[in-house]
Design a protein around this ligand. Structure first.
Ligand code: NA7
Length: 543
């Protein structure tokens, strides 16, 4: 191709979710030529795509947003756990405040990126044939953006409607009086099942691994004028403190676990504390309990036993209860993402809802009219919902053909395991960065918090590069090896290393099993980033 069909940029960002938008906003003052390419017709990332019935944030609204006052100052949430449409409104508010869309090319899917050594630039190709030459390429593809659909035999023969939760039809899909099947019981499966149970003639939930859910305890907020006025005043005072505090907790949230360990208190005290956390709702019982809950198996068993008792009391049929909250759980409590629910356990008391345990009775094949399980039973289905998750953390990056220095794609390069330094860059891929990618706090931290921390770090690096005429930045293999050992080492000190979960790639056949996120928490991560920066970006080659 001739150079005239290229667009020249300093920075191209892939993705217009929390990470990409923040990156664009913070890079702009540097005066660089920056653009975002976004595959979807609108901004918001996962909050554009996930429009299945019941799609909702399961982090409290105060934490799950940008920390900058020019956004939150005149934005008021209406629900403690906002639904998808509120999130989309929020992103439009962000766009209006930051005037982002003029630098975003929507409906633009990046297909490939190739490093051109003699130019020290990336050549990016889009699906519609556009070419971009850019110094830096920042992939903000999202943690759970690349849908995973298991390859069942007979899939193509199915005559009903079939959708992955993240590819729900934009025109909507009426589940009323339909026979609905949901495969998967992660956050999406739980949310869609709750909605389907209320209107479907029959709902069949196919569960592979029982995964504890905690009560969301959703509530409306700011519904009266007075409440809103109070909230505004509280925000002025509290938000700056809260956002600072979020940088001091491992999960990038406003709260964290207490310093006490589980068995340092009496059984009565423990019971009272668990009750309090459970009543608080959301992730409290999971993340804000005793400090050893996710590192000591006996401590973890205590929380699970408490949760199980609470949950069994909600399910009428003890056989169903045993499936949903088994005496011998497949995972330690919370080493797989805990989902939040509103009435998930009660729906199984309804006559129109059935649970099928795929551990006992796996899916043999999909037929023209439903799902055939190993016991020979065919479950008739009009709408088949694949709530089967994502090629998490790395999938959004490896979906793009990114060819580095040696002509090898990042997909091939990571096929036996990811390697990065600080979770932001990978050797052989100069001038390429990822936000909320592998080996960073990512899935084990609050998304917007991590997007800001890494985004600020990267903007500082871009400023440094500009000031010092640096055209080439690459992670050193030795630094990567050290980082990998650090990530794996910390992970092995926790129960996360024992879990089968998308946190460590276990959900995707043939994906390497490794910790995909940094378990050491936000403050330690920030400290490591700072150490590198203060030593002239130690661990990177800068030229
Ligand atoms: P998740 O949490 O990855 O859940 C996917 C579910 O699908 C989970 O229950 C899986 O069971 C199940 N699954 C996956 N593959 C299969 C096959 N082959 N057969 C049967 N069942 C299967 O994805 P979500 O969309 O719910 O949530 C993603 C994140 O979004 C969530 O964590 C929040 O951060 C928001 P498994 O447990 O693997 O046995």
């Amino acid at each position: 191709p001739t150079s005239s069909i290229y667009t020249d940029l300093d920075v191209l960002i892939l993705g217009a979710g929390f990470s990409g938008l923040y990156q664009l906003y913070t890079l702009r003052p540097l005066g660089l030529r920056v653009k975002i390419f976004e595959a979807a017709p609108d901004i918001g990332g996962v909050w554009y795509w996930n429009i299945y019935p019941g799609a909702r944030v399961d982090t409290g609204c105060d934490s799950y947003q940008f920390s900058l006052k020019n956004i939150w100052g005149d934005w008021h949430w209406r629900e403690l756990f906002p639904g998808q449409s509120s999130m989309q409104e929020y992103f439009h508010h962000v766009d209006k405040k930051w005037d982002l869309k003029k630098d975003i090319s929507l409906n633009t899917r990046i297909e490939s990126a190739e490093w051109v050594e003699h130019e020290k630039k990336w050549i990016i190709t889009t699906e519609d044939g556009r070419l971009v030459r850019t110094r830096f390429f920042i992939v903000c593809a999202g943690v759970n953006s690349e849908p995973h659909v298991p390859k069942y035999e007979g899939f193509e023969s199915f005559k009903g409607a079939c959708y992955h939760t993240a590819r729900w039809p934009r025109g909507g899909l009426d589940l009323a009086n339909k026979r609905v099947a949901v495969i998967g019981t992660g956050a999406s499966g739980v949310q869609v099942s709750q909605e389907a149970a209320a209107c479907a003639s029959k709902l069949t939930v196919f569960q592979r691994t029982a995964n504890p859910c905690l009560p969301m305890r959703q509530r409306q907020i700011n519904s009266s004028k007075q409440e809103l006025e109070e909230y505004k005043m509280l925000k002025e005072e509290l938000y700056p403190i809260m956002f600072r505090r979020m940088l001091q907790t491992p999960g990038g949230l406003a709260y964290m676990c207490v310093p006490q360990t589980t068995f340092s208190v009496t059984p009565e005290e423990r019971r009272m504390f668990y009750e309090q956390l459970y009543m608080k709702g959301g992730v409290a019982l999971w993340l804000w309990g005793y400090s050893d809950a996710l590192t000591d198996k006996a401590a973890n068993d205590e929380v699970y036993a408490f949760w199980r008792k609470k949950t069994l009391a909600r399910i009428k049929d003890p056989r169903v209860g045993e499936k949903l909250a088994p005496a011998n759980p497949p995972n330690a409590f919370g080493v797989k993402r805990i989902s939040l629910e509103m009435n998930f356990y009660e729906i199984f008391n309804q006559n129109n809802v059935e649970l099928v345990d795929l551990m006992d009775n796996p899916i043999e094949r999909i037929t023209e009219s439903g799902v055939l399980t190993k016991d020979g039973r065919e479950h008739p289905v009009d709408v088949l919902v694949m709530a089967t998750g994502f090629d998490s953390v790395t999938g959004g990056i490896t979906a793009v053909d990114i060819k580095g220095k040696n002509g090898v794609t990042i997909r091939e390069e990571w096929s036996t395991g990811t390697h990065t330094f600080l979770g932001v860059a990978s050797s052989n891929f100069p001038n390429l960065f990822f936000i909320n990618g592998p080996q960073a706090p990512t899935a084990l931290s609050n998304g917007p918090t991590s997007a800001e921390i890494q985004g600020d770090w990267l903007t500082d690096l871009m400023r440094y590069a500009q000031k010092n005429q640096i055209e080439y930045i690459e992670a050193c293999p030795q630094a990567e090896e050290g980082w990998r050992q650090f990530v794996v080492g910390i992970n092995s000190m926790t129960l996360f290393s024992t879990g089968k979960s998308w946190y460590n790639g276990c959900n995707i056949p043939n994906k390497p099993v490794e910790p995909l996120s940094f378990v050491g928490g936000v403050p330690l991560y920030m400290q490591r980033c700072k150490e590198s920066t203060e030593n002239n970006y130690e661990g990177f080659v800068l030229r």
